[in-house]
Write a protein that binds this ligand. Structure first.
Ligand code: SF4
Ligand code: SF4
Length: 375
């Protein structure tokens, strides 16, 4: 395992962190019998950064993490996040922090994302205002309830730079991967300011879990697409660590191997991947995390499934598979049509997309591309 300084925090963290959002489930509950040995094995294999959140694992994740790491607490860094809901008040914010401490079984959280999914609007309207969450966060910090003030981030790169310039946040957790490099310049800026950068989604919300000969050809010797995805992220010198959401012991072991090379990619390999990434850049517009916030569509269009089919075609050149997936969305026997072509452009979905994807325009492109693939 490789280690690095996390910004100016003084913490030496493993370059691969354990993202707990995909712990194995058994129905609605986390499968503790599988999850706990995985978490403990990760520590034994050298991983020391564990990231969780209040809502992960149907609200169970913090407690499972606390249970798994209770006797290993001095060997690990724990990060969790405070969700700021519409109805949140500073009192609710503080109660949420107290509950996280209790579930994690700790007196102090190492890296606390004071807002889960901070954006500039939240910062200016709810955080940095008299009586806002910021005051409550500063009070909790003074009480020693967390060591480092952090955020996870979902907004534009320009607003990321504005948040960095506030000087308040020591570590930022954000999206960055081969398919979405939009934060790359802001990541370099964060690094130049001594802010630690934690990357979530190195495998692009699961899209880079699919085998892709096209991608793997860029680096001969890479054994899988997820391996390439993790090595790509870690080869960026401005990235402190990558979080990987691991759902099985096998995945854990494979990812640790991927993160263990001293030089994740040679210069030549990096150039080759960058060239490929440039070819794929046009895909950035279509980047969809599959979060489902845009759903339901009143007209039955399955928006993320259409974008998934489109990506299979554009990113990997898997035309046949893309069309198959697209046509599966049409179920005449049930009188349902979830294909992009069923969009009536009502516009209800677009304001709900945290990635600000121009959904209507891209659904039209999907319709045209699928017709072309079929021809
Ligand atoms: S714009 Fe299209 S996809 Fe979006 S909600 Fe309306 S019909 Fe559905
Ligand atoms: S809200 Fe945006 S990112 Fe999320 S599934 Fe819909 S289109 Fe994709």
């Amino acid at each position: 395992m490789q280690y690095t300084e996390l910004g100016k925090t003084g913490a030496k963290v493993s370059r691969l962190g354990f993202g707990t959002m995909r712990l194995p489930m058994s129905g609605e509950d986390i499968n503790r019998a599988e999850a706990i040995p995985m978490l403990r094995r990760a520590v034994r294999m050298g991983m020391n950064y564990f990231d969780t959140a209040v809502g992960y694992g149907n609200g169970e994740c913090e407690a499972v993490l606390g249970e798994a790491l209770r006797d290993l607490r001095d060997k690990v860094y724990i990060s969790t996040k405070n969700p700021v809901w519409d109805h949140s008040s500073p009192e609710i914010w503080r109660r949420t922090l107290d509950q996280s401490l209790h579930r994690l079984g700790t007196d102090c959280i190492d890296f606390y994302c004071v807002v889960h999914g901070m954006d500039w609007q939240t910062y200016t309207e709810k955080y940095d205002v008299p009586g806002g969450f910021g005051q409550e966060a500063r009070r909790a910090y003074d009480e020693g309830l967390f060591k480092h003030c952090c955020i996870s981030f979902h907004d534009t790169p320009q607003n990321l730079i504005r948040l960095i310039d506030t000087g308040e946040f020591e570590v930022i957790t954000l999206q960055y991967n081969l398919l979405d490099r939009s934060n790359e310049d802001a990541v370099a800026y964060a690094h130049s300011k001594g802010v630690g950068v934690v990357v979530m989604g190195p495998v692009a919300g699961g899209r880079l879990m699919h085998p892709s000969e096209k991608l793997m050809r860029a680096v001969p010797g890479v054994s899988s697409t997820p391996e390439l995805a993790i090595r790509f992220v870690l080869s960026n010198p401005h990235v402190s660590l990558a979080l990987s959401g691991m759902g099985s012991m096998q995945m854990l072991e494979e990812n640790i191997v991927s993160a263990s090379c001293e030089q994740p990619l040679t210069n030549e390999e990096y150039e080759s991947v960058m060239k490929l990434a440039a070819d794929l850049k046009r895909l950035a517009d279509l980047y969809c995390t599959g979060c489902n916030y845009c759903m339901p569509c009143p007209n039955g269009v399955d928006i993320p499934a259409n974008f998934m089919a489109m990506n299979m075609n554009r990113a990997y050149g898997l035309r046949k598979l893309a069309v198959e997936r697209y046509e599966e969305l049409h179920k005449p026997e049930k009188n349902e049509d979830g294909r992009a072509s069923a969009c009536v452009e009502c516009g209800q979905c677009e304001p709900r997309c945290p990635q600000h994807i121009p959904i209507i325009k891209q659904l039209k492109e999907t319709t045209a591309a699928m017709k072309e693939c079929k021809a």
